[in-house]
Design a protein around this ligand. Structure first.
Ligand code: 16G
Ligand code: MG
Length: 562
């Protein structure tokens, strides 16, 4: 490393001293903390992003958001050149960088890493980082810190893209590295035109005037609501009413948003008995999660939740149907036979009823630990991989080979049977691949796909919700002395440590028909999470409570003296 570079780093980092006595960690979704202590971390993630860009010789992204956390929190994460999450191999380096106590320590960590990773660090190679932030008031000054970090590396340039949803930034990084126009208008154009294509191919024509063509969306008073206000004007065949768009007095994520709705199972602020029977949806604070809900007739605050598992089921049903049309009828005439491997990926939080339903459809279902990076990686192994967390984060990944096959099938069908059902199926699948975000779960594009499929099937939200009946479930959190004492395996369904705890959990589960329960340390909060499912709500509650007590007995403060 050149002398000028070292002194620039020393000088610039001395302006961003780390907070005393705080250890931060690059968790499932980057660094997150109270915004007041994050400047130094974000500055250092700016450096990290520049190094990542140098190493991969590609454009990377840096997003400032704390998703569904309260408005006073903020966070930062890196988008890899593929548009996905930062490579897990770099996470320990991110931690070291963020926790270096002095400018000198920081410099020596960077030096060592640059050498180990053979990062071209000569000032000749250039680095480019796309920056985005959500609507949090702290975002602007944190973005400045990121820019300072980036410009402390010679040859690195930051491109500030302003306020974006997290999935928009992921989409733009991916597009930029593929040589596609990476702007917000290009993003809106792609998703609105592929939506229009799906609507144009609806079997009996679009049914615009049906009351059901309106969806009411809770924007969590965040960036998603703001962007949806723009997107909705570009759509035909769908009316979107946005509430909690961030323009009023409402506070981001305060009694609103997908996380609140999914966990509490109650209406968000601004919704109530006047919405009985309507199709409603909720985005989270950075618009990478989506859940649907309706207000049942006898209620003003309780909801009928249509969660990520049901969105997954709807998508799987539609994709499977279109693939069947494309491959079964008249296939013998085609030179383009290809058995597209369709699979779905869930976590242990997926309601057991959804897994049964998907298996009954004949689909291969696999499980991974919680966190988008795990699901995404597995889904990418299928020709068409659909992944969703119950909390509403998910997408559909299309492999390059399935896309080439679809293109070829489409061309072939256009010349021999223009207007046929098979040709339409090929067009629909290609439209889905353009509508749905290939980089990460995206509430805006998922919303449009759900709406297109519901219109295609001519289904109400109630019909959709009745695909299967969720098993009653309960989630609890338990404060313990050290949550890292819990080590899990089998996609988090079995606790291998502390010794004996799994046997005790199994003994509880055995008491309940259809009982299922697991524990895991949270990746975003200092708690242990308990999930239980059983045949009745009372049984699920009891199972969760007794396992929470077990967690406390094995790891709680009562036993800390042992
Ligand atoms: C983060 C993850 C989400 C996961 C959640 C679990 C990303 C982008 N987000 O929000 O996938 O479900 O953490 O939180 O990976 P927990 O570990 O606190 O239960
Ligand atoms: Mg989010």
């Amino acid at each position: 490393m050149k002398e000028e570079q070292s002194s620039l780093l020393l000088k610039s980092s001395s302006l961003f001293p780390p907070p005393q006595g705080v250890k931060v960690s690059y968790g499932t979704a980057g660094f997150r903390a109270d915004a007041s202590i994050l400047k130094s971390t974000v500055y250092r993630v700016g450096i990290l992003a520049a190094l990542r860009s140098l190493k991969t010789r590609s454009v990377v992204g840096l997003m400032i958001t704390a998703s569904h956390n309260k408005v006073t929190d903020n966070g930062v994460k890196i988008v890899d050149p593929s548009g996905g999450m930062l490579s897990q191999e770099w996470e320990p380096f991110a931690d070291q960088l963020a926790n270096a106590p002095t400018p000198e320590a920081l410099l020596s960590i960077i030096r060592e890493f640059v050498e180990k990773e053979k990062i071209p660090f000569d000032g000749v190679q250039s680095a480019e980082i796309l920056l985005g932030r959500d609507t949090r008031p702290s975002g602007e000054s944190l973005l400045e810190a990121a820019k300072q970090g980036i410009s402390s590396i010679f040859g690195a340039i930051a491109l500030d893209l302003g306020i974006l949803t997290t999935p928009q930034l992921h989409w733009m990084v991916r597009a930029r590295n593929k040589g596609i126009t990476a702007t917000e208008p290009a993003y809106f154009e792609q998703i609105s035109s592929s939506f229009r294509c799906l609507i144009d191919l609806i079997p009996n024509g679009a049914k615009i005037n049906k009351p059901d063509s309106t969806v009411v969306v809770d924007g969590a008073d965040g960036v998603g609501g703001e962007k949806l206000e723009v997107l909705k004007n570009m759509l035909t065949g769908l009316v979107i009413e946005v509430r909690n768009s961030g323009k009023g007095d409402g506070l981001l994520n305060d009694g609103v948003g997908a996380d609140y709705v999914q966990k509490e199972k109650v209406v968000p602020r601004g919704f109530g008995s006047h919405d009985i029977g309507l199709r409603c949806a909720s985005l989270d604070g950075d618009a990478d999660r989506l859940v649907y809900f309706s207000v049942p007739a006898d209620s003003s605050s309780k909801i009928d939740l249509v969660d990520g598992d049901k969105i997954l089921s709807l998508f799987a049903l539609f994709i499977k149907e279109q693939l069947n049309i494309l491959t079964k009828e008249g296939n013998e005439k085609s030179n383009n036979n290809f058995e597209a491997h369709l699979g779905v990926v869930q976590t242990a939080y997926a309601n057991g009823a959804s897994t049964n339903y998907l298996k009954q459809l004949g689909l291969e279902v696999i499980f991974t630990p919680t966190g988008v990076k795990h699901l995404h990686e597995k889904a990418a192994q299928f020709d068409i991989g659909i992944y969703f967390e119950a909390n509403g984060h998910g997408t559909i990944l299309f492999s390059e080979s399935v896309l080439s096959w679809l293109e070829a099938r489409h061309n072939e069908l256009t010349s021999v049977s223009e207007g046929s059902e098979q040709q339409k199926a090929a067009i629909r699948l290609l439209a889905v691949s353009k509508l749905i975000n290939q980089a990460v779960g995206d509430a805006l594009s998922c919303l449009l796909l759900v709406e297109a499929i519901l219109q295609h099937m001519d289904w109400s939200i109630h019909k959709w919700s009745e695909l299967y009946q969720d098993l009653p479930s309960r989630q609890l959190k338990v404060k313990v002395v050290d949550r890292t004492a819990i080590v899990t395996t089998n996609a988090e369904t079995v606790a291998v440590s502390p010794p004996g705890i799994q046997e005790a959990i199994d003994a509880e589960i055995a008491k309940y028909p259809k009982g299922r329960c697991f524990i895991r340390p949270s990746g975003t909060e200092d708690v242990v999470r308990v999930y239980a499912e059983a045949a009745t709500q009372e049984a699920a509650d009891n199972l969760a409570n007794s396992v929470a007590k077990l967690v406390d007995r094995f790891l709680g403060f009562g036993s800390s003296g042992q």
